[in-house]
Design a protein around this ligand. Structure first.
Ligand SMILES: N[C@@H](CCC(=O)N[C@@H](CS)C(=O)NCC(=O)O)C(=O)O
Length: 240
């Protein structure tokens, strides 16, 4: 007798190798949910990803997308463009003014990606809260989970986040509010960057903001009224 295959696996068009807490993975996840694409999510062990990713040893970062033909795609923005092209006729990327689109996608990838570390790890207390939460959310082994929860935060706060906050000069909250105001200011009076519906730039920016949503620090972003209006409107388009 033939083995029955669960519908979910039959319909899956690809596999997303990811970390739950990685902002770049949230970009791709958000696109997959916006387009309602059936896929499998494989949460990698952060301490083993350099060896276990299908793109290793050439590319050791997540996200990695593997399509139904086992072709491997890396780097979040190129992955998003590829998925949009193959499964949506490129409609989210080829949406009007190319120069404006390219300029803002670059802006989102440059500025929003850098702002996630300061808000999550910028003070000793938030760093401790974040690493404790990350240790629970990620697929660590039994010992490495505990080790990361305690040894991770001095590294993230002391070495990476503190110097970033100092260099920028603004509080992480002010930094995020400025970024959201600047981004929403580029909407030309429309509801989304993409006009009346979100495009790929909206989804990328949304993914970065969404990556902060599992943490208590998200409330600092929720104070930005217009930014949140946009965020909730993009969220409403997801099929989760
Ligand atoms: N430009 C890459 C950056 C990906 C990235 O830095 N991912 C982090 C996790 S949030 C990672 O895997 N870091 C491991 C490493 O750098 O070795 C993208 O957009 O996908």
């Amino acid at each position: 007798m033939k083995e029955s295959i669960p519908r979910q696996i039959m319909a899956s068009v690809g596999k997303l190798h990811m970390l739950y807490t990685c902002p770049f993975c949230w970009k791709v996840r958000s696109l997959l949910e916006h387009l309602d694409i059936e896929h499998e999510r494989l949460q990698v062990n952060p301490l083993k990803q350099k060896k276990t990713l299908p793109s290793a040893p050439e590319w050791k970062k997540v996200p990695v997308w593997v399509d139904a033909e086992d072709k491997v795609y890396v780097d979040s923005t190129p992955i998003m463009k590829h998925i949009d092209e193959v499964h949506n006729n490129g409609k989210l990327w080829n949406n009007g003014d190319e120069a404006r689109r390219d300029q803002w996608m670059e802006w989102v990838d440059l500025h929003m990606s850098k702002a996630t570390i300061p808000i999550l790890y910028g003070s000793i207390l938030s760093a401790l809260r974040t690493t404790t939460r990350v240790s629970k959310l990620e697929n660590f082994g039994f010992f490495s989970k505990r080790l990361y929860a305690w040894a991770g935060f001095p590294v993230m706060w002391g070495i990476i986040a503190r110097s970033r906050v100092k260099k920028d000069g603004r509080t992480p909250k002010k930094l995020w509010h400025d970024l959201l105001s600047e981004f929403v200011g580029a909407f030309e009076g429309k509801q989304f960057f993409g006009g009346d519906s979100p495009d790929l730039v909206d989804i990328a920016a949304f993914g970065y903001v969404r990556s902060i949503s599992p943490y208590p620090q998200f409330s600092q972003i929720e104070d930005h009224e217009i930014g949140m209006e946009w965020y909730r409107s993009v969220e409403a388009t997801l099929k989760v």
